[in-house]
Design a binder for this molecule. Structure first.
Ligand code: NAD
Ligand code: TYD
Length: 354
């Protein structure tokens, strides 16, 4: 069958990527979706079980940094467009191991850009390179009412955000230098099913379930803007189809929470579901040494995508967080699978000071 587009989605076995792959495979039978993922500790094909037999879906295990292989995949699969999500994504890991972040996030992105440049040079206008990025490239806000807009200057602080900022710059450089058609979106913190339990929300749900301590960094006063992952996937769909090239779109939940307040909400909901007395798990809260360079506050002004493309978050936070907590508690097998073996060793090593 000849497909209208052959879209390479990188990082499709990860958290956000698996939601994007689901959405595109199910919504667009006229597109071939090529999910390319290295399957690092964060990639898990279980996330895609229900679509793996679909005709318009292909999985390729590959490393985005391996340029020769990426180029040959572009050619053999006649890749027409890219939605690039593959990355090392956890700030704490980037503090311990910045080289891997530079390698995957910068060199990996460059390798994809270079392959796209070579394969699409006859007619750049009929191809799109969509780079999925983070609001962390903008640095940190104070505790006031300022928000990150698309015009906020880049000021990354962690090795993770520095590597994402560098990759954003490479994407724009390929547009300006060679004429590749690109678009970037910068999103706030996502939550929902299939997130690896090293990030705040799934880690804490799992720890509440097992009565383990909840390590709150510093005083728990840092603020994040949370968005349900399926709302992010819908925004990616819109930006891919209707976004203007060379533009940036900020995506956020209009939903700021101080970490400690969010944690107390999670405890309340989880205790109710688990049949514990209300707030019982608050005793698990343990204040630990703050993260180095911990960004105070992130908050997105998502009015551009709202006004220009008509996107808004669809799920209220109260509903989203309950749905998420139920999912993790009901999918303990998934949790056990991803936290076993290699991950457990890495985790124990990383947090041996706790
Ligand atoms: P994730 O860590 O859950 O998944 C990353 C995926 O990339 C994994 O499947 C992993 O196997 C794959 N991968 C890693 N290195 C690779 C390589 N060298 N080659 C091929 N595949 C590789 O990440 P996520 O949270 O789903 O984030 C996806 C993207 O969205 C990232 O680019 C991230 O920067 C961005 N983002 C994430 C958030 C968030 O809150 N999680 C917010 C904004 C933007
Ligand atoms: P995280 O989920 O790692 O996302 P990010 O650092 O990209 O925002 O962390 C969200 C917030 O929760 C952040 O302010 C750090 C804090 N945090 C903790 O207090 N304890 C933890 O164990 C983790 C993982 C995060």
């Amino acid at each position: 069958m000849k497909y209208k587009k052959n879209i390479l989605i990188t990082g499709g076995a990860g958290f956000i990527g698996s939601h994007v792959v689901h959405l595109f495979v199910n919504k667009y039978p006229e597109y071939q979706i090529i999910n390319l993922d290295k399957l690092t500790y964060a990639g898990n094909l279980t996330n895609l079980k229900d679509i793996e037999k679909k005709n318009n879906y292909i999985f390729i295990k590959a490393d985005i940094c391996d340029f020769d292989n990426i180029l040959s995949i572009f050619k053999s699969h006649k890749v027409s467009d890219v939605i690039h999500l593959a990355a090392e994504s956890h700030v704490d890991r980037s503090i311990k191991d910045p080289f891997t972040f530079a390698q995957t996030n910068v060199i990996g992105t460059l390798s994809l850009l270079q392959a796209a440049k070579e394969c699409w040079k006859e007619d750049y206008s009929s191809h799109l390179f969509y780079h999925v990025s983070t609001d962390e490239v903008y640095g940190a806000l104070e505790f006031d009412d300022t928000l990150f807009t698309e015009k906020t200057s880049y000021d990354p602080h962690s090795p993770y955000s520095a590597s994402k900022a560098a990759s954003d710059h490479f994407v724009r450089a390929f547009q300006d230098t060679y004429g590749l058609q690109t678009v970037i979106s910068n999103c706030s913190n996502n939550y929902g099913p299939y997130q690896f339990p090293e990030k705040l929300i799934p880690l804490f749900i799992n720890n509440i379930r097992h009565g383990k301590s909840l390590p709150v960094y510093g005083k728990g006063e840092n603020v994040r803007d949370w968005l349900y992952v399926e709302d992010h996937a819908r925004a990616i769909d819109l930006v891919f189809h209707e976004g203007k090239t060379r533009e940036t779109y900020n995506i956020g939940g209009f939903n700021e929470w101080r970490n400690i307040d969010l944690i107390k909400v999670m405890i309340k909901v989880a205790d109710k579901i688990l049949g514990n007395s209300e707030g019982a798990s608050e005793r698990l809260i343990t204040y630990v040494t703050d993260r180095a360079g911990h960004d105070l506050r992130y908050a997105i002004d998502a009015n551009k995508i709202k006004n220009e493309l008509g996107w808004e978050p669809s799920l209220q936070f109260e509903e989203g967080i309950e749905k998420t907590i139920r999912w993790y508690l009901e999918n303990q097998e998934w949790m056990d699978e991803v936290t076993s073996g290699e991950y457990q060793m890495y985790y124990d090593n990383m947090y041996s000071d706790r």
